[in-house]
Design a protein around this ligand. Structure first.
Ligand SMILES: [Zn+2]
Length: 198
């Protein structure tokens, strides 16, 4: 599980490079910055993480899997980003190709559909973007909401979500339902407004 890979089960038709974390962490020691090599170097250099698992990270990006000659694949572009020196690899890597059965692919898309829970779909439908409200924020907001009138809450809710597409209270909707569709950022704003009582 390392090297250039084509695996329709995980990556559709994209060519990706699966980088072993241990190996690239060792290469990164040359740098001495002490940061994580993916976050500090690979991503800023334009590589994108398409999958993270314990032990490896799957990357795509310029010079690595994009705009490259597939007969002459090396990890030199990634090396340059992570180590900060020209890549030393003078030999070419082969692409490991996984043949997947229709059945496997169908199972995967069924699992994907299941992962899209009704709650998540509901949030998306109602225009909530970004990280969702946390459990702690939700609890706090519900308790703050009991201390003011519903009208006042709705006013502040509208202010906190003004720059988003978040849906406002629908007829008969409970305050707790409004709170669940906040983003983490809007929740933070709303807490401030409620606490300051403005
Ligand atoms: Zn570094």
């Amino acid at each position: 599980m390392s090297g250039f890979t084509r695996d329709p089960l995980h990556y559709g038709d994209a060519l990706v490079y699966e980088a072993l974390q241990g190996k690239w962490r060792r290469y990164h020691q040359h740098c001495g910055c002490g940061e994580d090599w993916v976050d500090a170097h690979a991503i800023p250099a334009g590589f994108r993480v398409v999958r993270r698992r314990p032990g490896f990270v799957a990357l795509v990006g310029p010079g690595l899997t994009e705009g490259v000659d597939e007969e002459r694949l090396t990890t030199n572009a990634l090396w340059r980003a992570v180590v900060g020196a020209p890549g030393p690899q003078g030999w070419f890597e082969r692409v490991q190709i996984f043949e997947r059965s229709e059945e496997e692919l169908a199972q995967k898309s069924t699992r994907r559909r299941a992962a899209r829970s009704p709650e998540r779909l509901d949030r998306r439908r109602k225009g909530v973007a970004g990280e969702p409200v946390t459990e702690a924020q939700g609890r706090y907001l519900n308790s703050l909401a009991t201390k003011i009138s519903r009208e006042r809450f709705d006013e502040l809710y509208a202010v906190a979500t003004a720059k988003t597409a978040t849906e406002q209270r629908q007829p008969g909707e409970k305050t707790s339902a409004l709170i669940t569709r906040l983003s983490k950022a809007s929740a933070r704003v709303l807490i401030t407004l409620l606490v300051e009582g403005r």
